[in-house]
Design a protein around this ligand. Structure first.
Ligand code: XBP
Ligand code: MG
Length: 257
């Protein structure tokens, strides 16, 4: 097992709980703005999250939940325009500071930076969303904390395909066994493990708590803070109660589960 060199973070659901009250609301605003009577409820959106990528999710919705909607001749262009509107609404919500980082994220990132670990992001979301989240919810300079920000359409196949993690590893000149991946969903764990990252730590959220996390080494409900312990769903924590570098080094050094 190589030395631990880098931490690679998913964004939505991992760095911040962005989906139900963020992306979903932005999608509905864009639909209303386009004069569509589409309304993605929290329950429906939970089902649509099976598909990663906002444009892909809109198409999945049309195919599986609104098959009678009259398709425009340029369906791709129609979806892209809707999604661009959604991204405007979502980044505006972020600029208003409406979506905080999850518990323990900022502390862990700062610990990792002080220890000289390399940081990266591997996400399905649109790059503009990552920039806005980091700048408005983490630190005005936070984009510079990450050596690589692998996001959205930079790869052809989104999660659960491994492409986005492979792209990030390639950019960093690293093998998967030198890294830990942080995810929140089944799709994310599949993506990281198929990119040969065997050290995967999952923090669950309202939408993913019942996902199949087979392939993850540790599943907890949050990173936690001193005095704010996480709840362990699967895996060994060596008696530790929140995610810190000591826990990560122990997790990385262990053999496969
Ligand atoms: C989550 C996604 C994204 C977001 C919406 O990405 O699948 O599609 O739900 O963002 P991850 P976009 O968990 O990999 O961060 O509309 O920009 O795709
Ligand atoms: Mg995610």
């Amino acid at each position: 097992m190589a030395d631990l060199e880098a931490l690679i973070f998913d964004v939505d659901g991992t760095l911040a709980d962005t989906e139900r009250d963020g992306h979903r609301v932005a999608f509905n605003k864009a639909f209303e703005e386009a004069g569509l009577d589409w309304e993605w409820s929290a329950a429906l959106y939970g089902r649509l999250l099976a598909v990663t990528g906002g444009k892909e999710r809109i198409r999945y919705y049309l195919d599986h939940y609104n098959p009678d909607f009259p398709r425009p001749a340029d369906l791709d262009g129609f979806i892209a325009a809707l999604h661009a509107g959604k991204t405007d609404h979502y980044t505006r919500m972020l600029s208003q500071g409406l979506i905080p980082m999850r518990n323990g994220v900022k502390r862990l990132l700062q610990e990792a930076r002080q220890a000289g670990l390399r940081l990266a992001i591997a996400t399905t979301t649109t790059p503009a969303n990552v920039s806005a989240l980091l700048q408005h919810s983490l630190d005005s300079d936070a984009e510079r904390w990450f050596e690589v920000i692998a996001a959205g359409d930079i790869v052809a196949e989104k999660k659960p395909a491994p492409d986005i993690y492979l792209w990030a590893l390639d950019q960093m000149g690293l093998q998967g066994d030198a890294c830990i991946a942080f995810e929140d969903s089944h799709n994310g764990v599949q993506s990281a493990s198929q990119a040969s990252i065997s050290s995967i730590l999952v923090t669950t959220n309202g939408y993913t708590a019942e996902d199949d996390f087979n392939g993850a080494r540790l599943v907890v409900d949050q990173f936690g803070e001193p005095g704010q312990p996480f709840e362990v769903k699967f895996g060994e924590t060596g008696g530790r109660h929140f995610v810190d570098l000591a826990l990560l080094r122990a997790l990385h050094g262990r053999a496969d589960p």
